[in-house]
Design a protein around this ligand. Structure first.
Ligand SMILES: *Cc1c(COP(=O)(O)O)cnc(C)c1O
Length: 364
């Protein structure tokens, strides 16, 4: 008997399925409890729920659900362009910023191309590289930071793309402007560099990678509505790059990749400055609280720049499981080769406190 796998693209055998944060509903079913009793601090979601302005806009947009969406995303791309001081032609919308990583694969990767990323970097880069048969070169990260010099040293004639998550998920570490400037001074022009800035709006001292788009360099900056805008379920992200690079990526995009409800919600969320400010306050206070508690508990942690903290609990899988029994979902990091660690997203202060209380019980 032959197997269908013998006919499928061989690289798919190596492709492990992306393991998302454990869903609330699944946990509630397994524990046989009300989903409302579950606290999910596993996917860096916004604990405030969606912006009220986005909710209103989405309710209105539902009335036109029989129509195909605007495939060009005219209003949303214009609003983003105006906000960032670019032209709409510098912006592409994705079904989440993760879809834009897939566009990059379609546009650039061939079998045996090399893609450079850091050890412990966001795993989506490696998964897309595998999907297209490219090889991922992961540079060492003993201090849980991207080492851009080591990443540059890993360049070979086969290198197509370099992925930099800033800040990185799950480590939370941020590269400052001088590191980015040194990197951009050295990276060859034929290589496309991706700066994944999913948490940009939450940063206290955000570095500026967009200046290199303005200079016409070969980079793509990725951002998303999944984090500060609290719209992860809608799947809206965007990329900012030169017109030529955006033209290339547009060729790989399905015509209606971002649905109309999502476009309306994202457009309204952009204008909700009060909600964004409130989110940042909640995140700043919650992250400070979690880090202070970890210090008190004498747990090793990596100080984070985004809405999560990575903490060393000695056996991440065991602590993840024991916290589930307390109806708290965190993220174990075995898939990132960090088996001693868990990543805890910042919740509301009430959720943070419950999580710390449960963690104390679990570890005692
Ligand atoms: C959360 C996150 C994203 C967001 O992905 P979407 O597809 O836009 O939801 C992208 N990159 C990193 C590093 C993230 O942590």
């Amino acid at each position: 008997m032959t197997s269908i796998w013998d006919h499928a693209n061989p690289q798919l055998r190596d492709l492990v399925v992306y393991e998302p944060g454990k869903p609330i509903e699944e946990t509630a079913r397994e524990l046989d409890v009300d989903p409302n009793a579950i606290i999910k601090l596993a996917s860096n979601e916004n604990p405030l729920g969606p912006s009220p302005k986005a909710l209103d806009a989405m309710r209105d947009a539902l009335e036109n659900a029989q129509l195909y969406p605007d495939g060009g995303g005219f209003y949303l791309r214009n609003a983003l362009a105006a906000k960032l001081d670019f032209a709409p032609e510098n912006i592409i919308l994705g079904n989440g910023s993760n879809e834009i990583i897939e566009f990059l694969g379609h546009a650039f990767f061939n079998r045996d191309d090399e893609v450079i990323t850091s050890e412990h970097a966001f795993i989506a880069y490696k998964l897309i590289a595998i999907l297209f048969g490219a090889r991922t070169i992961e540079t060492p990260s003993p201090d849980y930071r991207h080492n851009l010099d080591t990443m540059l040293d890993a360049i070979t004639p086969k290198t197509k793309m370099i992925f930099i998550a800033n800040p990185n998920n799950p480590t939370g570490t941020l590269l400052a402007q001088d590191k980015i400037d040194n990197f951009m001074a050295r990276v060859p022009e034929n290589i496309v560099t991706i700066f994944d800035e999913a948490y940009f709006e939450l940063l206290n001292d955000p570095p500026d990678a967009l200046r290199y788009v303005r200079e016409g360099r070969n980079i793509v900056v990725l951002r998303t509505f999944s984090k500060i805008h609290g719209l992860a379920s809608l799947r809206v992200g965007y990329g900012i790059a030169s017109r030529d690079l955006i033209d290339v990526l547009q060729k790989t995009r399905q015509p209606f990749n971002v649905n109309g409800i999502a476009q309306a919600g994202a457009l309204a969320a952009l204008t909700d400055r009060a909600y964004q400010r409130k989110t940042k306050e909640v995140v700043d206070a919650g992250r400070a609280y979690l880090e202070e508690q970890f210090r008190d508990m004498q747990l090793g942690f990596v100080p984070g720049a985004a809405n999560f903290v990575m903490v060393n609990v000695r056996d991440g899988a065991a602590v993840f499981k024991k916290l589930l029994a307390h109806k708290i979902i965190v993220r174990p990091l075995k898939g990132y080769n960090l088996p001693e660690w868990v990543r805890i997203s910042v919740g509301t202060m009430e959720q943070n406190k419950k999580c710390i209380a449960a963690l104390k019980e679990v570890l005692s």
